[in-house]
Ligand binder design. Structure first.
Ligand code: 3PG
Ligand code: CO
Length: 555
């Protein structure tokens, strides 16, 4: 009990209403025509920087600052919200899987022993995202796992892949697939019956999140488990090339297909006695499939046939649900998050976003844990996202609705912290549609205005930041920062996140005079925000938290 008690901040009072706003995919980059935040009309976000520079700064949101393997790793929402909420930097899934593979420890673990039971008479199926994006999975990890599984005795292997185009350039799927094909053929030369069995685009097949649209998972189930899909091909590279020829086709949204043998039968449906590994390390877009694969009671769609399998995740995706129960690598243990501390110290919290980002300000924020810490102190509100569209056709998304919910929560006086995620810059940025992303950024800026106006009314404080970059750069660039053209002279659109830092601004009438950013934490990153917010609630953060970004000078 007492271990949760936070010390009082010597200078900052308790009881202020604090709006904690995360703009998803909102980084700081050079102001040119491919910087949608620069192009968009964003007076509110601009004003923080120009009118109160001592209360505005940039913080790191990528690479080691958020627990990723290298400085070449762009930030993402999982690691970003983990860092924001936890106040410390944890070695993340990508890194943990790297070391488990490098040391070989992965093969000695419970999870691997479990799936190994299929090796004598069954097939090992690997399902996941095929790219080197490093956000949900990595191709080189899949390659090592394939090699290792064969060495450990897997005799029949099937890969069910999802094309990316969201964390990597659109069209890069073909190259990744060719690499995979080569590995599969090497395995075959060594006597392993290894084949690619099915495929589809990540946003249309399998990788939905937060139960936005179960049809996405069903399409994958039909192809992967039942061996049924609208398209059948003899070869996976051919399949992707062919399907990409359709007008408007792209890697993210390729339809599902299965690979068939010479008699037209699917080469890799999942059967009794087989093993399945979902090789993504990131949770949000694998949890739904994990439920379909693991739960006996399941009513989200008709599974038709439920094979008795040995299923393991690359990681355990949900520590609270213990899902999946078997996994190859232990997930980071993100405990004692700021949310849990604050609840124990009397801070009442309201968290809100729309479905596609809802888990970011709840599940990820709380260290990959679903649900509230204390239902009497917390209220989590999810606004249903539009389903079945790409967000460039609806770039305003639910920004206004989220802002209004936040405003009402602020004015209600029932909460001390009102936490929201505004998805626009990220979700529309991922479509690669520059015009729509400009509209998206304006909508997010307007939402911020609504929220800070409410804070103004109640004498509160706002903290506005972002989880990683996206909308501030929409083209692939060369080393000097100039847009890079492809072989045919076309601009290469960047659908992914970036390596850019993100802004953080504090303000509002409740902010004690003399509060400003310290200048002795120049390398501050997202993990420094939790201690900062704890200070603003009137507390000092636990010793092992990354240092606060603020100081209070007497004037
Ligand atoms: C996605 O899952 O949509 C992308 O791979 C990463 O986006 P996010 O990290 O912003 O959710
Ligand atoms: Co994103």
């Amino acid at each position: 009990q007492n271990a949760w008690k936070l010390a009082d901040h010597p200078k900052l009072p308790k009881g202020k209403t604090i709006a904690m706003v995360v703009l998803d995919g909102w980084g700081e980059a050079r102001p040119d025509e491919y910087n949608c935040i620069h192009v968009a009309d964003t007076p509110t976000m601009d004003s923080f920087k120009t009118t109160a520079p001592e209360k505005w700064r940039l913080i790191k949101a990528h690479g080691s600052a958020v627990g990723l393997p290298s400085e070449d790793d762009m930030g993402n929402s999982e690691v970003g919200h983990n860092a924001l909420g936890a106040g410390r930097i944890f070695a993340q899934g990508a890194k943990l899987v790297d070391s488990a593979l490098a040391s070989g420890k992965i093969y000695g673990g419970e999870g691997f022993k479990y799936i190994k039971q299929s090796f004598d008479n069954g097939t090992l199926h690997l399902i996941g995202l095929l790219s080197d994006g490093g956000v949900h999975s990595r191709l080189d990890q899949l390659q090592l796992l394939l090699k290792g599984a064969a060495e450990q005795g897997a005799k029949r292997i099937r890969v069910h892949f999802l094309t990316d185009g969201r964390d990597v350039l659109d069209g890069s799927s073909v190259g990744f697939l060719e690499t995979l094909e080569k590995d599969m053929s090497n395995l075959r030369e060594k006597g392993v019956d290894a084949q690619i069995a099915s495929g589809g685009g990540r946003m249309y097949v399998t990788m939905d999140r937060y139960e936005n649209d179960w049809n996405v998972v069903k399409r994958g189930w039909d192809a992967q488990v039942l061996g049924e899909a609208p398209y059948k091909f003899r070869n996976a590279v051919e399949a992707v090339k062919k399907l990409r020829e359709e007008p408007k086709a792209n890697d993210q949204y390729l339809p599902p297909f299965v690979i068939v043998d010479e008699s037209g039968n699917p080469v890799g449906p999942i059967k009794d006695g087989d093993a399945v590994v979902t090789f993504n390390f990131r949770a949000d877009r694998m949890t739904m499939l994990a439920k379909a694969l693991e739960y006996a009671d399941f009513d989200k769609f008709d599974r038709v046939r439920v094979p008795k399998i040995y299923y393991a995740g690359m990681l355990q995706y949900d520590g609270e649900l213990k899902l999946p129960s078997q996994y190859l690598v232990s997930p980071p243990e993100i405990e004692r998050t700021s949310g849990e501390y604050l609840v124990h110290n009397g801070v009442r919290t309201f968290a809100c976003s729309e479905t596609v980002k809802f888990g970011h300000v709840t599940f990820f924020w709380n260290g990959n844990r679903s649900g509230c810490f204390n239902e009497k102190m917390e209220e989590y509100v999810e606004i249903p996202s539009d389903v079945g569209i790409t967000f460039n056709v609806q770039p305003k998304m639910k920004a206004l609705e989220i802002a209004e919910k936040a405003r009402d929560a602020i004015l209600s006086g029932k909460f001390d912290q009102i936490r929201v995620n505004l998805p626009n810059g990220d979700m529309v940025g991922h479509t690669g549609d520059i015009e729509a992303t400009v509209v998206a950024c304006k909508a997010a800026d307007e939402a911020v205005k609504t929220i800070i106006d409410a804070i103004e009314q109640v004498g509160g404080i706002y903290v506005i930041t972002a989880d990683h970059g996206n909308a501030e750069d929409m083209v692939k660039r060369d080393k000097s920062g100039e847009p890079q053209l492809d072989k045919s002279g076309k601009l290469q659109i960047l659908t992914s996140h970036t390596l850019k830092p993100v802004p953080i601004a504090i303000g509002g009438p409740g902010l004690k005079a003399g509060t400003r950013f310290r200048n002795d934490v120049p390398t501050g990153g997202l993990a420094n925000v939790a201690a900062t917010v704890m200070n603003l609630h009137g507390f000092i953060a636990p010793d092992d938290y990354e240092p606060t970004l603020i100081e209070v000078v007497d004037n």
